[in-house]
Design a protein around this ligand. Structure first.
Ligand code: KIV
Ligand code: ZN
Length: 507
């Protein structure tokens, strides 16, 4: 009989914490919906004590998710536990995840604490959390670089205090698979009371070994793996969910372990996370990269045509890449659109389908063939924050002799309208400056990236922007067959996310 491995997804916490991976609450809700559909066991929705925005998004996710446990991270202190329990009040199955560093370097330089005091604090926090929630997880941050005897002692003590899961992170991605596996086994086998709790691992990818280490841990008895979609996370990222899941699935013969994951949702989850964070998946990334199933060499193509198993150890369909690459056009109806969206793992409600259909009709008037990527982009446009500023119209003038100017008219949600003409260092600069003047704020433009969704000059331009103001960051993305328009819309999407946040999520 094969063992079930618990998949603890931390895309919305450790993943979101990574620079450039911020998501707004709407985007987080979409990702949480997708994770639920994917069948993860636990969604770590955020770190509620870290900001009111994080608390609100954990609350919103906890109120929506029905089929998985929702976890909130907290440091070992009552205020943090209180914030997390408040955020999880409406969760069907809540988990309080408390953590404390255990390595000598963290204890001495970060916490300025003795090991004895750390053990006491961890036990007190678990006992406090346990008053409100049966499902408590304790993580020993930087556990791999900690004294194994101390990790056993602290794990034994927190299990005694009621922790149902103990997590052994390789916080800095320092471990090598063989030694990590051995360490997991020796800690598991020699921790008092370990039979009453689950053993979890949480690996970072600084040496590119996060998945290998997680797999080594599973081979050595770990019950839970903590991971993220596309492997996003602090620095080089966390262990990638899709790689762990597919390794266990493809080599079931070897591991005798499986997960509850519906692998056919993997591709859609990967695309969604990439779209909402604006972080592209590297083309040669295992499982979900654009080239993961591309066969360039003639000899490979010949083999795959004769029998896909010659060069493919899993099929594209097994991770949800639709087989039928039929493109839609101006004569396609709403049913065809809904079917195609469902094939892409983008199931939308009736109201959203109406919106996507209107945008699809508009696009198919401009473009003969509407591709999967176009549809994905149209569906993404429906998960934006309510608009404080709506685009009414715009115009740009540019040329080598003239310099550039931009004109824009925006309508505020209170109904008032403002129009401005500005000169700039190029048309985009002119128009972004005009927007800044109108809204009365000058966020820093940290990223402005423009690309074509598909090939050809009729392709839609997709723009991604990241802006920052007073240390906070917001993303915006948009598509249009006109690149200036996609730039304006992306900038405005980021501005609207900023306005909404600055108004406390009530803009
Ligand atoms: O990497 C780490 O140690 C963490 C803990 C908070 C679980 O993210
Ligand atoms: Zn981490």
């Amino acid at each position: 009989m094969s063992r079930n491995i618990i998949v603890f997804d931390t895309t919305l916490r450790d993943g979101e914490q990574a620079p450039g991976c911020g998501m707004n609450v709407r985007e987080k809700l979409e990702v949480a919906k997708k994770l639920e559909k994917l069948g993860v066991d636990v969604i770590e929705a955020g770190f509620p004590a870290s900001s009111s925005g994080d608390l609100d998004s954990v609350k919103a996710i906890a109120g929506m998710v029905k089929n998985c446990t929702v976890a909130g991270l907290c440091r070992c202190g009552e205020a943090d536990v209180d914030a997390a329990r408040e955020a999880l009040t409406h969760a069907e199955s809540p988990r309080l995840h408390v953590f404390l560093a255990t390595s000598p370097i963290h204890l001495e330089y970060k916490l300025k604490m003795t090991p004895e005091a750390a053990l006491e604090q961890a036990v007190a926090a678990v006992k406090y959390a346990k008053k409100f929630c049966n499902d408590v997880e304790f993580s020993a941050e930087d556990a791999f670089r900690s004294d194994p005897d101390f990790v056993r002692a602290i794990f034994g003590a927190v299990i005694e205090a009621g922790a149902l899961t103990v997590n052994f992170p390789d916080t800095v991605g320092y471990a090598l698979p063989g030694e990590f596996g051995e360490r997991v086994r020796s800690i598991r086998e020699r921790t008092p009371g370990m039979e009453k709790a689950r053993f979890s691992v949480h690996c970072h990818n600084d040496l590119g070994l996060a998945v290998a280490n997680s797999i080594a841990a599973i081979q050595n008895g770990a019950d839970q793996v903590e991971c993220t979609i596309n492997g996003i996370g602090e620095r080089a990222g966390n262990a990638s969910l899709e790689e762990i899941v597919m390794a266990l699935r493809v080599r079931k013969d070897f591991f005798g372990a499986e997960t509850r994951i519906d692998a056919t949702q993997i591709y859609a989850a990967s695309r969604l996370v990439s779209q909402v964070t604006g972080v592209k998946v590297q083309p040669n990334k295992a499982v979900v990269g654009e080239n993961a199933f591309a066969h360039e060499a003639g000899i490979h193509q010949h083999g795959v045509l004769a029998n896909p198993a010659t060069y493919e150890i899993m099929t594209p369909e097994s991770i949800g890449i639709p087989k039928n690459r039929m493109v839609l056009g101006k004569h396609s109806g709403k049913h065809a659109l809904a079917d195609r969206l469902a094939d892409l793992g983008l199931s939308v409600d009736t109201e959203t389908l109406e919106k996507v259909f209107v945008a699809f009709k508009d696009l198919s008037d401009k473009k003969k063939a509407v591709s999967d990527r176009d549809l994905e982009a149209l569906a993404m446009d429906t998960i934006q924050i309510p608009e404080t500023w709506k685009l009414d119209h715009w115009a740009v003038n540019t040329g080598s002799a003239l310099g550039a100017s931009g004109t824009i008219r925006l309508v505020h949600k209170d109904g008032s309208a403002r129009k401005l003409v500005t000169l700039g260092d190029g048309p985009i600069d002119a128009i972004f400056l005009a927007i800044n003047h109108i809204i009365g704020k000058s966020p820093e433009l940290e990223l402005y990236e423009i690309g074509a969704i598909t090939g050809g000059s009729a392709s839609q331009g997709e723009t991604m922007v990241k802006i920052a103001l007073n240390g906070r960051r917001w993303n915006g993305r948009a598509v249009s067959t006109d690149v200036v328009e996609s730039s304006i819309k992306a900038y405005l999407a980021a501005i609207n996310a900023m306005e909404w946040d600055l108004a406390g999520g009530r803009g």
